[in-house]
Design a protein around this ligand. Structure first.
Ligand SMILES: C[S@@+](CC[C@H](N)C(=O)[O-])C[C@H]1O[C@@H](n2cnc3c(N)ncnc32)[C@H](O)[C@@H]1O
Length: 730
């Protein structure tokens, strides 16, 4: 049996969607370190078990499996999702990524760590750090008069000097500090005195409780313009700036452990003179230091980093305030003193991950009342109000973390991640209950219950590797989605710190930055367009296919909202000499956007299954737009069992997936690899376009119970244990 016959869209889509909503509960291994746009582990487990497992997919999924001797490769390893799933299933694995941070992270995920030794070192580090800097994260509680309570978050607003009168003023986009979701009332900041007032109705918040100024949610800074409150001049922002704008501390959210039990909601305050003095102390302390670990690197230009330059950030260290730099430098010093190399590397990984919460680009989510880390979107969004979290983190009386973004949070999730490696589990939903099912016997690591497995993790461009024929039983991967994420540009933010801390010996760490001309992403700054992407993907797929055992699959996920980006995929498949035998839909990103109808955003990936020889289902081969609409409607019906209705953008992506598959099928016999890339893309584009406008096709498709009755799709052979589908060999 194979993926084409056994994969169950409804079963896996349901699990993948749930996983992506709270991925750390389903795959805690992601807590080792951030990687961008990780696909669901449940999806790759489902795919591998459909290919290699025996028995019903819904049963084997929750059982212990072991495929010793199978070798699985991933040429675009990233955070390692497919590789880790294969390793957990007992396979030998071979992973490559051009980004040295990926290599570092996947090694950290797989390499064994003595958790007791790690926990001792992490606690010692946090204790030493507390002695040095805890006092800078304290405040007094104006509600109950308690002194020295821990700060959760400091909120800072950007300040601009007026071009007309020269005086500084705040760039407030709005005055709402907290919404009444996780706090009983809405908290508004007064534009005149800066005090905080709690209001029931944010639209009619009344007057400031302190100075009587009429409160309002909206602030003066909008669409890059803000009037100066002193002279009325309308200033564009950021304007032409040589350095980052200053910030002014405007609000604090703190924790009062003594009062928490009886207090309703959170604790907010306007900063007082002591809070400002603490910051001034931290700044002085920082200025007296000779930094050894804070990076000095300039931020290179790029598609994503251009925004940083526009806002005056020229060096990475300028993205942090003095208190953050002090805490991070001291953390690095303590880590560097750790003797045990394995533990030192683990703590260095923690520091690298901590950075994304400890910089002055983090924003405060007024709804969930927590920091949004710098990578909460795949870019460097520069906000007007920034959130500085407590660098140490806060633990309550029973040792559980309060708040987010500090050392204690990072250590907690790292421990959970490494525990999961030793004892992985799956989560089964029964009605509204989620049951955690230990999968005894499976493990993530270099050995399984003492028996070694091969793990090869390499840093380099997959376009540069040669593999012997018949090496792989499968290639499971998640390639770059054209220009969707600039991996190198983003990861450099962490890398410049990690490299300074651990040195240049780790594989790939001899490079000053992680960005590489070989990175297979569209990038305007580097002049890498669709053709480059197509050629690179084609090269990698050809190499991987050349190393597959006969009939073994190349399986990859993909989505993009532009049809052209699928042409690259189609050309690469055809150049590699394989046929696409299935295109399966699966949710692979956060479910938030799935309700958004009429938009082009999508959370649905297509899983492309490709082989040199094998079979495809007869029902999947189509000649007419009507038939395509039926197939897409069937997918929507299968996805509807997840309880979410795909958006128009999702449906479009499903259409693109099937169009790619069928275009490969139609062009495979006449394909000339030697044609120019431009010609090949144009030919593929024309074939995909021959069924009409994908938007219209997507609009015509809809989930339907009646689909069950349609003759060609009636057998629904991808459902668990149901009949064997009618297939066409190739
Ligand atoms: C979509 S991500 C993979 C994500 C991964 N599956 C995960 O779970 O985190 C694509 C990866 O391809 C890598 N990449 C881009 N160009 C490459 C190349 N020429 N060779 C190897 N890896 C490359 C990027 O660095 C990125 O990590």
């Amino acid at each position: 049996m194979s993926i084409e016959q056994r994969f169950d869209v409804s079963l896996i889509a349901g699990m993948a969607l749930k996983e992506k909503q709270i991925q750390q509960n389903y795959r805690p291994i992601i807590g080792v370190h951030k990687w961008f746009a990780r696909r669901p582990g449940t999806l790759f487990r489902g795919l591998m078990l459909a290919e290699f497992g025996e028995g019903r997919l819904d049963e084997v999924f929750f059982q212990s499996n072991d495929f010793p001797g199978l070798c699985i490769a991933d040429p675009f390893m990233g955070g390692g999702t497919p590789l880790i799933e294969a390793n957990r299933l007992g396979c030998n694995v071979q992973g490559i990524d051009v980004n040295p941070m990926s290599t570092w992270i996947v090694r950290e995920e797989i390499e064994h760590l003595d958790l007791k030794v790690y926990a001792r070192a992490a606690n010692a580090l946090m204790a030493a750090l507390r002695d040095e800097i805890d006092r800078f994260y304290r405040t007094s509680c104006p509600h109950y008069g308690d002194a020295d309570v821990p700060v959760k978050s400091f909120l800072w607003v950007k300040v601009l000097d007026c071009k007309a009168c020269g005086r500084p003023f705040d760039l407030f986009p709005g005055y709402l500090v907290a919404k009444n979701r996780r706090h009983p009332k809405n908290v508004l900041l007064c534009p005149t005195c800066g005090d905080l007032t709690e209001a029931d109705d944010p639209k009619n918040p009344g007057d400031c409780a302190t100075c009587g100024t009429a409160l309002h949610q909206g602030g003066p800074a909008h669409h890059g313009r803000c009037h100066c409150p002193h002279c009325g001049h309308i200033n564009p922002y950021p304007g032409v700036v040589r350095k980052p704008l200053d910030h002014r501390l405007v609000a604090i959210e703190y924790h009062n452990p003594k009062r928490k039990a009886k207090h309703k909601g959170r604790f907010f305050k306007k900063p007082d003179a002591e809070d400002l003095a603490r910051m001034a102390d931290a700044t002085r302390r920082w200025q007296q230091m000779e930094p050894r670990f804070v990076p000095d690197e300039k931020i290179p230009t790029g598609d994503e980093t251009a925004r940083l330059h526009r806002w005056g950030y020229n060096r990475y260290r300028e993205m942090f305030n003095p208190r953050q730099l002090l805490g991070l430098e001291l953390s690095c010093r303590l880590i560097a003193e750790t003797e045990d190399e394995r533990v030192r590397h683990a703590l260095a990984t923690n520091l690298s991950d901590l950075l994304r919460y400890q910089n002055m680009l983090c924003r405060y989510d007024t709804m969930s009342l927590k920091s949004l880390d710098i990578f909460s979107v795949h870019g460097f969004p520069v906000g007007l109000v920034q959130c500085e979290s407590n660098l140490l983190g806060i633990s309550n009386r029973v040792g559980l973390s309060v708040g987010s973004g500090g050392w204690s949070n990072i250590v907690d999730k790292y421990v959970k991640a490494k525990r999961y490696c030793e004892a992985p589990y799956e989560v089964r939903q029964t009605g509204s209950r989620k049951i955690r099912i230990p999968i005894e016997g499976e493990q993530i690591g270099e050995s399984r219950n003492g028996t070694p497995r091969k793990v090869s993790i390499r840093c380099g461009s997959a376009t540069e590797y040669k593999f012997a024929p018949d090496s792989f039983d499968g290639v499971f991967t998640d390639p770059p989605y054209f220009g969707n994420v600039q991996y190198g540009e983003l990861m450099d933010f962490c890398y410049v710190w990690l490299r300074r801390l651990v040195g240049k010996d780790a594989e790939g760490f001899n490079r000053p930055f992680t960005r590489s001309p070989y990175e297979l992403t569209g990038n305007v700054t580097e002049g890498r367009g669709l053709e480059r992407f197509t050629e690179g993907l084609s090269d990698v797929y050809s190499r991987m296919v050349g190393a597959l055992k006969p009939g073994a699959p190349l399986v990859f996920t993909y989505h993009h909202n532009r049809l052209e980006a699928y042409c690259a995929v189609g050309v690469a498949i055809l150049d590699a000499g394989v046929v696409c035998s299935a295109s399966l839909p699966c949710p692979a990103e956060m479910g938030g956007s799935i309700h958004i109808h009429g938009t082009t955003s999508s959370i649905i990936d297509t899983v492309f299954v490709c082989r040199k020889s094998g079979t495809t289902r007869r029902t999947w081969l189509f000649d007419s737009p009507d038939r395509l609409v039926e197939i897409v409607s069937q997918d929507l019906t299968d996805l509807a069992t997840t309880g979410r209705r795909p958006s128009h953008g999702d449906t479009r992506c499903i259409v693109f997936g099937h169009l790619t598959r069928i275009a490969v099928w139609k062009l495979r016999e006449t394909w000339k690899r030697s044609n120019s890339t431009t010609e090949k893309i144009a030919l593929f584009r024309a074939e995909m376009g021959s069924y009409g406008d994908p938007d219209q096709l997507a609009r015509r498709a809809s989930p339907s119970e009646a689909m069950e009755d349609l003759p060609l799709l009636a057998q629904k052979p991808n459902r668990i244990g149901e009949g064997v589908p009618d297939v066409v060999p190739f």
